[in-house]
Design a protein around this ligand. Structure first.
Ligand code: NAD
Length: 421
């Protein structure tokens, strides 16, 4: 294929080197004359191990050139890949001016008599909605009704890390391809055919948010690791050994467990021990801001869940809460998020029935008893048996766990608050 690359920085140059290495022809564009001149003399404008060799080879074989002006270059191109910068603006949002400018440049250069569409794939990191709200309107303003026949928009985030960028390009953790309708794009399939990685064909916004999720997660991991490291250091504990133990647990720690958006954390251990670690850290001056925020973010999520679960209902409506314990098949109510949810419904004036066959209020003892009666003093009058639960008459059924699967609940709408889709 013939591929145009816009922006000859770290991402664009790596793409140029690797794509030419795959046998395609690349023409690169940059507003910097110096970068363009370097590429045209077979040198990489950015320092990246192995890239000089790839660029020199492709340039000497006539499969890589660069320019500042597009001219007619897009006429025989299959794909245009956009890799311009999206630095922080003064308000913290991405500065989208380079994206806007390059999109205008491409839209102006696309000829309306093209016989096959140009795939325009964005690799720059930009906020979800950018394609719909900024990029598509620019193309439509220029190309009008024929936009979709002339241009196929794709969002294809880049997962390379500088200093191992070439290795990462050919061995990415995943390939994410966002399109307007979520279906595969033939040119992008061809571009990735030699690369072995899980492929996700998704809508634009899911693809656009991917890098935000990944980079924020990486930042969270580093901040968490260092907070634990500070606590260990202050307590004369070997942070190295603690880390070794932590990562050896690939069942619960380094695993997909506890990463699915859904219910808040709760139960007898997590909130208690997080609070105790906050106390230890405060006591030794470790300033664990991330750990300190966990209980507050969890409370915010409980309220979010209540707002969602009560949306569209008037106070006084009858609701059935299925599952009160912090998970199915236990009667442990200590810090169960479902207890908070029930309390919020009652406080807001709803009529609440609760179905949870594992619970026998008369058998609750100790802290379990104290917690439950502090938050739900009328628990005995709220609990209903299976026959009542299945008899219906509720405006909404709210499932906090998989317990609802065991009931015949008829046509009443069920809201599953245990997962966010
Ligand atoms: N650097 C990384 O490791 C990495 C990894 C994944 C994603 N990203 C994202 O990719 C994007 C590019 O990152 P980078 O590090 O390569 O940036 P960079 O600043 O190194 O390169 C951007 C290039 O775009 C050029 N440019 C600006 N406006 C232009 C225009 N109108 N036409 C042509 N060229 C233009 C600039 O001159 C510059 O050479 C950013 O959105 C970044 O967040 C970067």
């Amino acid at each position: 294929m013939k591929i145009a690359i816009f922006g000859l920085g770290y991402v664009g140059c790596t793409a140029a080197g690797c794509i030419t290495h795959q046998g395609h022809t690349v023409v690169g564009f940059d507003v910097s004359e110096a970068k363009v001149a370097q590429v045209n003399t077979g040198r990489s404008p950015v320092r990246e191990p192995g890239l000089d060799e790839l660029i020199a080879k492709a340039q000497s074989e006539g499969r890589l050139s660069a320019a500042c002006q597009i001219g007619d270059a897009l006429d025989d191109c299959d794909i245009a890949i956009v890799c311009v910068g999206t630095p922080s603006g003064i308000d913290g949002a991405h500065d989208m001016s380079y994206i806007v400018q390059v999109t205008r440049d491409i839209a102006n250069a696309v000829k309306t008599d093209r016989t096959r569409p140009l795939t325009v794939a964005y690799r720059s990191t930009m906020r979800p909605g950018s394609t719909d709200q900024i990029i598509r309107p620019i193309f439509r303003a220029k190309l009008g009704e024929r936009t979709d026949a002339l241009v196929e928009l794709v969002y294809n985030p880049e997962f390379l890390r500088e200093a191992s960028a070439i290795q990462d390009y050919f061995n990415p953790p995943k390939i994410v391809l966002g399109t307007l309708d979520g279906t595969p794009n033939a040119n992008m399939e061809r571009l990735h055919e030699a690369i072995d990685a899980p492929v996700f064909h998704v809508g634009m916004r899911e693809a656009e948010i991917t890098k935000f999720v990944d980079n924020t997660w990486h930042a969270t991991k580093v901040a968490f690791a260092n907070e634990i490291g500070r606590v260990c250091q202050n307590l004369d504990i070997s942070a190295r050994q603690v880390h070794e133990i932590f990562v050896a647990d690939t069942k619960l720690n380094i695993s997909p467990y506890y990463t699915r958006p859904g219910g808040p954390f709760g139960g007898s251990c997590l909130p208690k021990d997080v609070r105790a670690l906050q106390h230890i850290a405060a006591d030794i001056g470790a300033n664990t801001h991330l750990v300190d925020s966990l209980i507050r973010t969890n409370e915010a999520h409980k309220h979010h869940q209540f707002v969602q679960a009560s949306e569209g209902l008037e106070p006084g409506a009858r609701i059935l809460l299925v599952g009160l314990a912090f998970k199915k098949d236990t009667d442990d109510l200590r810090e169960s998020p479902a207890v908070d949810l029930a309390r919020k419904f009652l406080d807001a004036g709803f009529e609440v029935d609760i179905f949870d066959p594992a619970l026998k209020p008369e058998q609750l003892v100790g802290q379990n008893l104290g917690y439950t009666f502090a938050f739900l003093p009328a628990i005995e009058t709220l609990l209903v048996d299976q026959t009542t639960a299945e008899a219906g008459g509720y405006s909404r059924i709210i499932a906090t766990n998989r317990l609802a699967d065991t009931l015949e609940l008829g046509d009443t709408p069920i809201m599953d608050v245990s997962s966010i889709n």
